[in-house]
Design a protein around this ligand. Structure first.
Ligand SMILES: Cc1cc2nc3c(=O)[nH]c(=O)nc-3n(C[C@H](O)[C@H](O)[C@H](O)COP(=O)(O)OP(=O)(O)OC[C@H]3O[C@@H](n4cnc5c(N)ncnc54)[C@H](O)[C@@H]3O)c2cc1C
Length: 445
């Protein structure tokens, strides 16, 4: 259904604002809760875009990593690095689990597959199948859906909410549920409207910052490295005497770095960047070996094969080998394109052999292999983040119901809240889970 006329004033029992993962989940849950308690109430889901689930459609590169394998406790442990976020999301994750989500999708014909790394995707490989399933669930739940309808303000008036659309239409609602998402990928409709509405209603908003975002460096990596991936390395950043680190795959891009390790560390790096202005990036190519262990192995190589060019050795050298498995290549070898970069940083001639590698130079190579400088951060672009950190302060929302502790009958769910999950399906699960309990409790409020 398209937008409402400015002259139309309608009253709604439950108004859900934002038809993303959280809003759709909330509306379906609300109808089920209403049916369980024998209440008949009007539920309306408003969306500024012309169709629902825009972000779901682009998630996981269009394949939608919809959730992650494991118990709720395991999901909380793996997906949320900050203790207050784990605490806040606990009830939601136990109340509406990954299994509940997959059962719901299966009830609408969406089968899923679990990958070796624990990520779960629709078997069809098509993210829009998740949206179609929720559209069917919404229709079956008699939820009134209005599209191309942007909400400008929500005010408390006595026991009701007065809601104004950008086109000037007025609505009243008994209960309002804000599910307007974060502030990254703003072209999908997430421009922070819900945060402004929450602030106007008296809530504290933690400033938005990038998470799961690529990193741009002052001097981009050499063009020939763009697209080169380093497997299972330790990627770390330092600033102001602090250091943050993540293990995983790292990808060189034409502007800097991406890949799981960079995306996962971007939130911490963004915070260092805000605090100190200058953040340096490094990679440890041998995270399983201490520097003395690695030096011992380099010395062994020099003794065994003095005539070998160091460059040749590195070319066949296993990258990030597991402890004690230096001689085999479980993760592939150091990419050839990276070798001149390593040699330059270690100030080594291209054709230096092990026997020509005096102690100083060996130390320099060792230092570079353990701490290869990757540049200085220029930007952690908020809008490019798969999610944004920051949002409605968690301390002002009841985690058991998602109801505001400040404004009665106002509920929040999804990325609008001040949490940000890891890559791997944790953010969609959090949106579906918080949406589900918000919708359920909105009916009882
Ligand atoms: C490129 C990309 C890939 C991603 N991949 C994954 C992945 O594979 N797995 C994963 O778990 N997470 C992924 N995420 C993150 C995940 O998509 C989000 O965390 C999740 O969709 C958030 O759900 P939400 O319902 O809270 O917000 P959203 O899905 O953003 O929905 C909010 C909705 O509210 C609407 N809205 C906003 N303001 C108004 C207003 N004033 N009036 C009316 N409507 C309004 C918006 O148009 C939007 O449709 C990805 C994100 C991006 C950007």
């Amino acid at each position: 259904m398209e937008g409402i006329e400015a002259s139309e004033v309608s009253h709604i029992a439950l108004l859900v604002i934002g038809s993303g993962a959280a809003g759709m989940s909330a509306a379906v849950a609300a109808r089920r809760a209403a049916e369980r308690s024998g209440k008949s109430c009007s539920i309306t889901l408003l969306e500024r875009n012309a169709r629902p689930g825009t972000k779901i459609r682009i998630s996981g590169g269009g394949k939608c990593n919809v959730t992650h394998r494991g118990t709720p406790a395991e999901l909380l442990e793996k997906g949320y690095l900050r203790p207050n976020e784990k605490r806040f999301l606990r009830t939601a994750f136990y109340s509406f689990t990954n299994t509940d989500l997959l059962d719901l999708l299966r009830s609408r014909g969406v089968e899923t597959e679990e990958r070796a790394d624990g990520k779960v995707f629709p078997l069809s490989g098509d993210a829009s199948s998740v949206v179609v399933a929720f559209e069917e669930l919404l229709r079956a739940s008699s939820v009134r859906q209005l599209f191309s309808c942007r909400i400008r303000s929500v005010e408390r008036q006595g026991k009701k909410f007065l809601v104004t659309t950008a086109a000037g239409a007025l609505l009243t609602a008994d209960v309002v549920l804000l599910a307007t998402g974060g502030v990254s990928w703003s072209r999908t409709g997430t421009t922070g409207d819900g945060l402004a509405i929450a602030r106007a209603l008296g809530h504290s908003i933690k400033g938005a910052s990038a998470a799961l975002a690529p990193l741009y460096t002052v001097k981009p990596p050499p063009a020939n490295l763009s697209g080169v991936a380093l497997r299972s390395v330790a990627f770390f950043a330092t600033a102001g005497g602090r250091s943050v680190e993540r293990r995983g795959d790292l990808l060189f891009t034409h502007r800097g770095f991406s890949g799981p390790a960079a995306l996962s560390l971007s939130r911490d790096i963004g915070e260092l960047f805000t605090l100190f202005g200058s953040v340096s990036l490094f990679v440890d190519l041998f995270p399983e070996q201490s520097a003395p262990e690695l030096e011992e192995q380099l010395l062994l190589q020099a003794r065994r094969n003095g005539a070998q060019m160091v460059r040749k050795f590195l070319q066949n050298c296993p990258i990030a080998p597991c402890r004690g498995t230096f001689a085999i290549a479980p993760h592939g070898t150091i990419p050839t394109a990276l070798l001149p970069f390593i040699m330059r940083h270690a100030a080594l001639e291209n054709d230096v052999t092990w026997s020509g590698l005096v102690r100083e130079k060996r130390q320099s190579l060792l230092a570079v292999l353990k701490r290869l400088p990757l540049g200085i951060v220029r930007d952690v672009p908020l809008d490019q983040g798969e999610v944004s950190a920051g949002g409605v302060s968690l301390s002002e929302v009841n985690p058991k119901t998602m109801q505001s502790r400040i404004v009665p009958k106002l509920f929040f769910c999804g990325e609008l809240l001040d949490y940000a999950g890891e890559i791997g399906g944790f953010n969609l699960q959090a949106a579906f889970s918080t949406g589900w309990i918000a919708g359920t409790h909105a009916i009882d409020s």
